[in-house]
Design a protein around this ligand. Structure first.
Ligand SMILES: NC(=O)c1ccc[n+]([C@@H]2O[C@H](COP(=O)([O-])OP(=O)(O)OC[C@H]3O[C@@H](n4cnc5c(N)ncnc54)[C@H](OP(=O)(O)O)[C@@H]3O)[C@@H](O)[C@H]2O)c1
Length: 171
């Protein structure tokens, strides 16, 4: 199932809990059309709904892994943000069934490095890439930031335009 299907999106994100949902919204807010997928489909609907409410952001939700993978431009890049351990293996298995040579999965979660090394080897045999480039993940977090956050002193949900703030401070 797809919502407002675009031609092809720039990137995909699988795993729409706290981290994935907010990173997807931030990537979309920076102008990159993004496809999103989650094992439990209600989180896909929730993310798309948030994207609409938070400024009609280009977030496209998919309930099945095949149409999710097919919605991304080639070579495909998919950021995965699921619980470390077995869920990562299960998600890679689900997605890689539809991915092609040259495509790449970035594990954005906090995974034990030996698991990542094992997966890199297994993926290379399929002609795919699996990476946990800590510097890249950190750079993404720094660039895209947290979409919304809560404060301990005031109730509600807050969003800060970090780049605008940095420009203001530097001027
Ligand atoms: N939360 C934070 O502040 C934070 C900060 C830094 C890093 N991280 C890291 O970022 C990653 C994501 O964190 P998170 O807090 O957003 O999520 P999380 O609570 O670690 O994981 C929930 C996500 O994993 C999926 N999942 C769980 N078991 C699965 C399985 N067997 N097959 C497929 N998917 C499965 C869930 O899908 P369902 O909805 O279908 O259950 C959901 O999308 C983790 O590695 C975490 O350690 C988190």
């Amino acid at each position: 199932m797809a919502y407002q299907s675009p031609k092809l999106t720039r990137i995909g994100l699988a795993g729409l809990a706290v981290m994935g949902q907010n990173l997807a919204l931030n990537i979309a807010e920076k102008g990159f059309p993004i496809s999103v997928y989650n094992r439990t489909t209600s989180k896909v609907d929730e993310t798309v709904e948030r994207a609409k409410k938070e400024g009609n952001l280009p977030v496209y939700g998919f309930h099945d892994p095949e149409s999710f993978v097919n919605s991304i431009q080639k070579p495909r890049v998919i950021i995965m943000l699921v619980k470390a351990g077995a869920p990562v293996d299960q998600t890679i298995k689900t997605l890689s069934a539809y991915m092609e040579k040259g495509d790449c999965i970035i594990d954005g979660g906090n995974e034990w490095y030996e698991n990542t090394e094992r997966r890199e080897k297994a993926m290379a045999e399929l002609g795919l890439q699996e990476r946990l480039p800590a510097n890249l993940v950190q750079a993404q977090r720094d660039y895209f930031g947290a979409h919304t956050y809560e404060r301990v002193d005031i109730p509600g949900s807050f969003h800060t335009e970090w780049f605008k703030l940095a420009k203001k401070i530097n001027n």
